[in-house]
Design a protein around this ligand. Sequence first.
Ligand code: F6P
Length: 363
Amino acid sequence: MRKIVISTGGGDAPGLNAVIFAVVNSATRRGWEVYGSRQGYKGLLDHDYLVRLTPEDVEGITPTGGTILGSTNKGNPFHMPVHNLAGEKSIIDISDKILDNFNRLGFDCHIAVGGDGSLEIAHNFAQKGMPVIGVPKTIDNDLEATDRTFGFDTAVATATEALDKLHSTAKSHDRVMVVEVMGRESGWIALYSGISGGADVILIPEIPFNMDAVCKKITENELHDKDYSIVVVAEGAKAEGGTVIDRGKGEEGREEVVLGGIGEWVANEIRQCIGKDTRSLVLGHLQRGGSPTTYDRLLALRFGAAAVRMADAGVFDHMVASMPPKMISVPLEDAIRTRKKIDLNGDKVLTAREIGICLGDVD
Ligand code: F6P
């Protein structure tokens, strides 16, 4: 092993810089060189986007949010939309060009840090012969093969703090506050922050919700002299018999749905159903920003160090995964197969129900 290239792909998550820090330092200590490919694979297409990374370059980045390499969740190299001079669109595959450059530049390993979309691309490169190691990243915590992804703990802390702040204004105005949080088709952020932040109602994708049940809970609050309510809605939640709201239909180069808008939909239903003063807000990308929590930093540093250990052992086409108390390696093909959903019989769901939180289903 002599030369590693690392890239960060997909939506950013707090802890990406901690992974880069760990990879650069543990690889350098082994006498290897590390390069960073900016904006996903762009560094393997254009020299200006390829940067040498030394311990001096990454000093002090562990507590910082975002990624020093930049990221993109558009433009799969195997399925890249391009326009000709007449403005006509076509789809091309530029993976061979990337692989040729990887080999020509003498790289021995690619560490791809990303969510399921980026890891699938990494696996496709591995199938073409690129020695690839995946590192799981997403605030959504929806990768089945790892106990946790970094970024999730920070996103939950941000959402919980927001809920704490909303209590006083909701109470002052006797209002219902509906808060939409991220998470794609999984309700991890909604459930963890909703329980911790004192929500009355938590709506998650795993349980299609019934508006009568939601309104009943708000009305019951009033009967117990609690004239305000906090409702947390995961962006991927949907009403019984309904569908998710995709506001990204047709977004150029985007292969997955762009969720958003269910919070306002729920707020409207509450207004119509019980006539209560209701406001909605979308926490959005606040959940992706800021300094990673101690938990996320430590997890990200451990992922980075373990990825270099895998490179040392020649374990490619695998992803590093957290399986407490250990770090293990999982074939990329298995890692991208299923999204992790909330166990509806698990302790967190049970706790929510036992402390009186409505999960949108009929009891
Ligand atoms: O996967 C991370 C995530 O933040 C999701 O929770 C959310 O649906 C999506 O990315 C938003 O993507 P974008 O940055 O394109 O708005």
